[in-house]
Design a protein around this ligand. Sequence first.
Ligand code: ATP
Length: 616
Amino acid sequence: MWLIPAVIVVLVLLLVHAGSRGPAARTLTYSDFVHDVTANDISSAVITSTGLVTGKLHSGTAYTSQLPTALGDTTLSSLLLEHHVQVTGTNPSTTSILSIVVDLLPLLLIVGAVVWFVRRSRKQSPGGIGGIMSIGRSKAKVYDEERPTTRFTDIAGYEGSKAEVMEVVDFLKHPQRYARAGAIGPKGVLMVGPPGTGKTLLARAVAGEAGVPFFALSGSSFVEMFVGVGASRVRGLFVDARKRSPSIIFIDEIDAIGGRRGPGGFGSNDEREQTLNQLLSDMDGFEPGASVVVMAATNRAEILDTALLRPGRFDRTVEIPLPNLSERAAILSIHGRGKEFGPTVDIGAIARGTPGFSGADLANLVNEAAINAVRGHHHILRGADFDAARDRLLIGRRDASNALLPEETHNVAVHEAGHALVAALSEHADPVAKVTILPRGATLGVTEQLPEVERHLYPQSYLTDSLAVRLGGRAAEILVLGEPSTGASNDLAGATDLATRMVREWGFSSELGPIGYGPEGPSRDNPFAGRPYAEETQRSIDQEVARLLRQAESRATTLLQGHRHLLDRVVDLLVERETIDGSDLMALVSLPEPRASAPEDSAGARRSVAPAGRLG
Ligand code: ATP
């Protein structure tokens, strides 16, 4: 706080000092000086032992000059006296103390500022060395006063995972019980799962249930450009956590530091390894009395260094997968707390329509639905709000800029009707939930299929039907419009990818037989891996993929040809209504209509179960 008065004092002194030196002096060369003396212009001269001359002209102007002492000029004194110049000799050491202090003041000021800055930043960083001297210290955020209030009841589903971490809560609540029995409590819990599945939430709930401080940070915040910084941060973090023991350290994205150590490396790699080594040694080094549990999250457990996973470190691994159907419903209900749902909201149906959604996605969905309600000027959330929210999250936002031309609308309707009808007529395909030709984001139209229950195995018949459904859009275009369009590019890419996996990985090709190849190309474990089969095999794979796709296309074409009138009706309905749902489609399909026989379709339109799909 003394800095501001100090600055003012310095400025005043500088001004006084500058004032005492009077107006800026003219600098004269020695020749000019001698000339001015001879011309009787010089009134006074103060000459130092080093030959510096200062003084005044008769006009009152100050001047300075420097005598060339090397010349040893002995005539100057007589010249000065001859022209009545007041000569004074002086010694530079007699320069005033004030002027020395003033000259040094800028330097003193800088030093003072640095000291002040260091002290101030120390005060702001409690717990010992801090501020700029602690670049390497922990960035952990201690939720000391505001310990997490999250409880297990805030986490929907995941009963197994909660049961696994229950022991950690027990240990943190009663460390003495473990000490009495001579047991070492859990040291580290690794939570593995895709992003947004609630790993952070679970760690916070453990701290909340146990009522202990929670130190949360991300693995990437350890890794800095400078080698050693991360390691010192880890050290600082553990020192703080032990001081507050019992406590929880939560490290998100542990893979940022905990990846497998390689043979040597430079720069950030070195830094990462040092940080990891420090983490390992700090986890080993807990004193018996200190109850600190490290909880870490990752979605790439396979790349973690095995040293992290050995007993005494992360000795418990909890899998947190994407939520299943009932968990999705429970998560939706939790996030629906405090919101009013209208009678058209069917949580079960929303959960069915959101396979692959994480907890975070579902929380976002409910929030988007609430925002939709606000947009529609009502506060009770309706089924339509959830539909719109889901479409927006999955497909993108609708805007006026992607409005279609009238003939394009018809063509998109043909394409989507093709998908929808092949799906409705295929025995093993998912039921169609919705067909729309309203463009959203980059998508011009969508045919959405939804499973009735969640499946974990997909039979060959299901995948074969799925290929036909994917190619149904293009088949309809060729049939009705006489030519295909670019609209099928995503379908083709998806179908080719699926067919390739059917042949390469799942042994669904009679030509190749029961052979399943793993992923192609180099991997972390095997950086030199190439294609695991011969050139000849690749040719067979390509041929088999092409055969499957051609078969799927001809199956779709046959189905649509056999139900051409139905196809036209679906197209008309789509052009008229823009969006039709599964029941509209099935009502059309089940109408008693003259139908050309299609050998594959002898069972008629049937619904089957399998994962959801969306086709553009
Ligand atoms: P990341 O790996 O991206 O860090 P994460 O797995 O740590 O993600 P969280 O940050 O814990 O995920 O979850 C994000 C949000 O998702 C939570 O704040 C919560 O709103 C919601 N959420 C996730 N899972 C659940 C659940 N099981 N019950 C209730 N809400 C959940």
